[in-house]
Design a protein around this ligand. Structure first.
Ligand SMILES: CC(C)(COP(=O)(O)OP(=O)(O)OC[C@H]1O[C@@H](n2cnc3c(N)ncnc32)[C@H](O)[C@@H]1OP(=O)(O)O)[C@@H](O)C(=O)NCCC(=O)NCCS
Length: 168
């Protein structure tokens, strides 16, 4: 937990569409046990990027760590809904700013795909990525992603979301 908080303060965000704020970090710091409980048993609803409430699909969060050091995390959605079919997909991930450029995202996604093969009844997974995020596009392509579509980003007007499928 201390290392996770350090990552948040370094600029790591749990949501690629929204940065953490001093308040969101203080909330985690004030109740680490509650935060972990939420990770292990996620709530059935969530606040969408436009601030509205939406239903959450079942999900699993996997932390990528080196000993006691938090490096990044994978967010696995067990199935898609109408929003996730457009932006979000089955798998999201992020690496803390200080640990980028060492191949961690590529390794983390490869291990996440193994986790899905072993634990979920999915034959293929959708990953979506902003066209302005070349590092993430590379990570997806290195893991076998096939580009199938480019659509207007539903949460970021004027931007484009690329759709990639990875066969399992
Ligand atoms: C995207 C992100 C996960 C990448 O993490 P990372 O651990 O640095 O990624 P890796 O080191 O595994 O690989 C990055 C690859 O992109 C390449 N890359 C990095 N910046 C690049 C750029 N500007 N243009 C092209 N390729 C780039 C790297 O060279 C590397 O490819 P290589 O292995 O062939 O050399 C990280 O930047 C991050 O957390 N960003 C914020 C959250 C986010 O965008 N998540 C993805 C949402 S879809």
């Amino acid at each position: 937990m201390p290392s996770f908080l350090e990552a948040l303060r370094e600029g790591y965000s749990r949501d690629t569409l929204r940065a953490e704020t001093p308040e969101s970090i203080a909330e985690v710091a004030a109740d680490p046990a509650g935060f972990i409980d939420n990770l292990l048993d996620p709530p059935a609803s969530l606040t969408l990027p436009d601030g509205s409430q939406g239903a959450a699909v079942p999900s699993t969060t996997l932390w990528y760590i080196d000993g006691a050091t938090f490096l990044g995390a994978l967010y696995i959605r067990h199935h898609l809904n109408e929003n996730l079919e457009k932006v979000g997909g089955h798998v999201g991930y992020a690496v803390r700013p200080g640990a980028r450029g060492h191949g961690y995202a590529s390794a983390m996604l490869a291990q996440g795909l193994d986790y899905i093969r072993a634990n979920l009844p999915l034959q293929r997974v959708l990953l979506t990525v902003n066209a302005l995020n070349p590092a993430s596009i590379r990570v997806i392509e290195k893991n076998g992603g096939q580009h199938t579509a480019s659509i207007p980003h539903i949460w970021r007007p004027g931007e484009t979301a690329l759709h990639y499928w990875i066969a399992l």
